[in-house]
Each structure stands twice: as C-alpha cells, then as structure tokens.
Design a protein around this ligand. Structure first.
Ligand code: HEM
Length: 518
C-alpha cells in the first residue's frame, strides 16, 4: 500500500471515530455529560491536563457547562473525568458514598505512590470483620472497622477539637513551643542568603521552617536526628507530587520516582529505630497508633513507610503554603494592616512569647487576622475533591445526567471562590475587607478543605498553626521586601488543581530582609 493510501485510510478511520464519538454517541446516550472534543483517541486531553489543567477546565465550563453548571466530561489517557459544579449534583456525590467512592481515589494515589498490592489486600481490601478481630488496641466507637473508616477515625482522634481528649491541643502546643524556640534572629541566620543580615527567599524559607515544625509534631526529634534532610527532600517531592496525583506513568516522572524512593527509605530507617527512641518526646498520638494498626494487620516495612510518607504529605504540604500566602499578601498590602494585626494580637503576648493562645483564635479579638485568613483561603487555594463512580448513577435534577461506572468525578472548588453572586463584582481581586460585610453564609462557599465525609480533618490544626505563626512572626520581626517598585507579589501557580493551597510559579519566589524587633 502506498504512503498516500495508508494516510487516506488512517484519516478516514479518524473521521469515522470523530463522528461516532462526538456526533452519534451523544445521540445514543443523550444523558451522558457532554464531552469536550479532542483530537487524539485515548490520549484525549491528557497532555493539556498535565501541563495546565486550569485552561482545559475553563474551556469546558465556557463551552459545555454554561450558566446552569451542567456536568461535562474530559478524556485523559483512557480515563473519563466528570467535572461537577452544580450544588445539587455535588450534594448527591457527597451523600451517595456507595456509588461515589472516596476510597477509589485514595487507592489510586497510594498505588501511584508505590504501595504494594499485598498491603492493599491487608488494609483497604480486608473484610471489616477481620480488621475488627486484629485491631483491638484503641477505642473505635463504630462496629464497622473497615480500614478506610479506621484510618479516618485515627486522624479525627488526633485532630478533632471535639474529641474527648486533648490530642489536638497537645500537638498544637508542641508546634508552638518548637516555633517559640526556633524563631530567633540568631537561629534563623542558618537560612540566610547574606552574610551580615538575615535575607531569605520567603516561600522557600517558610516551607523550610514550618515543614520541620510539622515533622517534629508527628515524628518527634528522632527523624531529623537520623536523617536531617527529610524536610528538604520533602520540598522536592512536594513540587513534583502532582505527577502522582494526575497519575503520570513513572517513566514520565523519573525525578519524582527518585526522590520518593529516597523518602520511603528514610521513613523505613526511622521505623527500624527502637520504638522507645522514636516515641521519646514525640507529641503525636496518631503516629504510634497508626503504626500499631499497620503492624497488627501485618503490613510490611516498605509499605508502612509509604503510609507515613502520605501522612507527612498531608501534614506538611499545605499549611506552610497557606502561611506563606498570608504573609506575602500582608507584606504587599498597605502597612496599616500589619500594624492592625500586631496590635490585635498583642494582648496574647507576654514579652516575645505567645502565652494566651486561645485569644488570637477568636475572630472578634483579631478581626484583621481573621479577614486575611479567610481571603487567602479563598484566593490562594486550588483544591479538588475526587471520587470514583462504582456503578452507573443518575444525578438528581437539574437534568438527569448519567455518570458511568469507572469514571472519575472531580469537584474543582475554586470555581465557587470566584462566584460574583456571593463575593461581588470584585471577586477576582484580593480584598480582605470584603469579609467585613459578607454574610456568615459566604464562608460556606470557600472550600479549600474539600467537603463531605472526606473533608480535611487537619483544618483546625492548620488554622491554629497559621494564625499563631503570623502573630509570632510579626511580633518578633520586621520584614523588608527586597523588590523594585510597589507591585511586589510572588506569582502563584494556578495551573493545576490539587489537594489544597497553590505553590509559587517556578522562579517566582521573592527575597525579604528580616530584622528583630525589640
Ligand atoms: C492549609 C492547610 C490544609 C489544606 C488546604 C488541606 C486540604 C485538604 C483537602 C482538599 C483534602 C481532600 C478533601 C476532599 O477530598 O474532599 C484533605 C484531606 C486530608 N487532609 Fe488536609 N489540608 C490542610 C492541612 C492538613 C493538616 C495540617 C493535616 C494534618 C495531618 C491534614 C490531613 C489531611 C488528611 C489525613 C486528609 C485525608 C482525609 C481522609 O482520608 O478522609 N490536612 N486536606
């Protein structure tokens, strides 16, 4: 066959596929969400989703979703993604946990991170009755000890303020003590890029310090004593993690695979230390109890290390970024805001130490801090909630859309953060003052922590840590932005929704000089 006839044949096959996929198929299945057309079969939108998913999502909304927020579909490397944004559809996705499985999404991530099939069989796939018979060392109130529920319950026992224990308070207090000791000009000099003054790149500095604080809270001093560079390695991993989230095959992510292996080995080493050495001065209730659970279920050391890498990620990926954006917006706003936050938080201090910690958490005591906190969550988070469809399911009205088994459901919360009907015409602008006038219900439209039963259990710890850190930093230090002109503001990377706060764009960090205040 000549080259010309093979080309014509291929082209003909492609035309038939296009007509089938985007003209005939929608006629046969009129209730399936409309699909954003693509050119290459199977690959679909994978390349554009991996390089800048926000562009594809925006195109979908503009072309298919319309003003009435209909679901629409994207194809990526053989997987169908259904993007949902109508509140009634979202409510169904959260309510119907049988047909829209959160566990399916978690398992995808765990597998991408490198968990073995054996470990899944011993945990998520294990019959609850067997879990029940093996794990009896802590007081789980419900009968169904499916591993998914057990794991979440462990997190809630550590992180929930309504728990019948003081686990959250003691974790929180230990982070504060670590920060009070660590945040001195002499000590911070180790991060300085200059010899005779303290100059740092703000994003990298905040990540560096606060990842160590989070590490200390969950693993005690033993991890950094054994491997002092875990926090640094984690920062490299955190930058590349989206490749596992978007499930790129390992050959397209060699740098991620390599740093991940390094971290898994470091966590394995940590767990082979004698238990007493690890638990000494470790304020976390969660870490020893998850370890006991995994041991009782017979999970192998490497898989255990993967579980704890996931914990390290959950505890340390977002909170430092939230703190960074709060400081960055504060430093690029008129200086009166910084003065207001200093004076609002001042009654909580004795000299340079934060002593009345409950004071600053009350919005009425520190309204400017509260407004900045809410506005940064609205403006700088880019979270998705994800589910896997386990059986063909019809969504409730409006419409009667069918979501097919095997598809993934995505809820990109950032759409709601820019809803002009809630936040006003200036929704696209950073403006903490808006929270002075917005009704209390507007807070429900800001969803950086996801929603439904998978809502982030760490949201209370994150809020406490960030507010205390801001109060402490502005009490102890002055910050001078080392940039030309008035328009200083690091550039956020909003190209890819993930599980929380956005990072800065590559090369988008900014230098700041820090001086002690008397
Ligand atoms: C600014 C800080 C944080 C943000 C923006 C954030 C955001 C999120 C989001 C978006 C999810 C997924 C929710 C969903 O799918 O609906 C999540 C889950 C989770 N987060 Fe956070 N998070 C933060 C801090 C923390 C902290 C400090 C911890 C402490 C360990 C934590 C622990 C977790 C855990 C364990 C899950 C999984 C929940 C489950 O499996 O049911 N997060 N977080």
């Amino acid at each position: 066959m000549s080259l010309l006839s093979s080309t014509l044949l291929l082209f003909g096959a492609w035309i038939i596929w296009r007509v089938w996929r985007f003209t005939l198929s929608p006629l046969i299945r009129p209730n399936d969400p409309k699909e954003l057309p693509y050119t290459i079969p199977f690959i679909g939108h994978a390349i554009s989703l991996f390089s800048n998913s926000t562009v594809v999502l925006t195109k979908g909304w503009r072309n298919l979703s319309g003003g009435d927020r209909q679901p629409f579909a994207l194809q990526a490397a053989g997987t169908s993604l259904h993007v949902i944004s109508h509140p009634k559809h979202m409510a169904e996705v959260f309510k119907n946990t049988q047909n829209f499985s959160f566990q399916g999404f978690v398992l995808d991530i765990l597998k991408a991170t490198g968990i073995s099939p054996g470990a899944i069989a011993k945990t998520y796939d294990l019959d609850p009755a067997i879990v029940d018979s093996k794990v009896d060392h802590f007081n789980y109130p419900k009968k169904d000890k499916h591993f998914e529920h057990l794991n979440r319950q462990l997190h809630l026992t550590q992180l929930s303020p309504s728990s019948q224990n003081d686990n959250l308070a003691s974790l929180d207090q230990s982070i504060l003590s670590w920060l009070q000791d660590h945040l001195t000009i002499q000590n911070l000099q180790q991060y300085s890029l200059a010899q005779d003054s303290l100059e740092v790149n703000l994003y990298s500095f905040i990540n560096n310090v606060f990842i160590q604080a989070g590490e200390h809270a969950y693993f005690g001093p033993a991890l950094s004593k054994l491997h002092p560079n875990v926090a640094k390695n984690f920062q490299i991993y955190d930058e590349l993690y989206w490749k596992d989230l978007y499930q790129l095959p390992p050959f397209l992510a060699p740098a991620l695979t390599s740093i991940k292996e390094k971290l898994i080995t470091q966590f394995k080493d940590y767990f082979s230390l004698p238990r007493e050495e690890r638990t000494a001065q470790n304020p976390s209730w969660f870490t020893p109890n998850l370890e006991l659970t995994l041991d009782a279920l017979g999970v192998e050391p490497r898989d255990k290390a993967v579980f704890f890498l996931m914990l390290y990620f959950a505890a340390n990926s977002n909170t430092p970024k939230l703190l960074f954006w709060l400081l960055a917006h504060l430093l690029s706003s008129p200086p009166s805001y910084l003065s207001q936050i200093r004076s609002e938080t001042s009654p909580a201090f004795t000299n340079q130490n934060l002593t009345d910690t409950t004071y600053i958490l009350k919005p009425g005591n520190c309204p400017t801090l509260e407004r900045f906190y809410l506005e940064v969550l609205r403006f700088r988070s880019n979270s998705i909630s994800a589910r896997r469809v386990t059986t063909d399911t019809v969504l409730p009205a409006p419409g009667s859309f069918v979501l097919r088994k095997g598809a993934k459901v995505m809820i990109p919360w950032r759409v709601f953060h820019f809803d002009e009907t809630v936040f006003g015409e200036d929704a696209k602008v950073f403006n903490p003052e808006r929270w002075e006038h917005l009704p209390a219900s507007a807070r429900g439209s800001v969803r950086p922590f996801g929603g439904g039963k998978s809502i982030c259990p760490g949201r209370y710890l994150a809020e406490r840590e960030v507010k205390k850190a801001v109060a402490l930093l502005v009490r102890r230090f002055d910050f001078e932005v080392l940039a030309e002109g008035d328009g200083w503001m690091p550039v956020g990377d909003d190209s890819r929704p993930g599980v929380g706060m956005m990072a800065v764009e590559k090369g988008g960090d900014s230098r700041v000089r820090i001086r002690g205040r008397e």
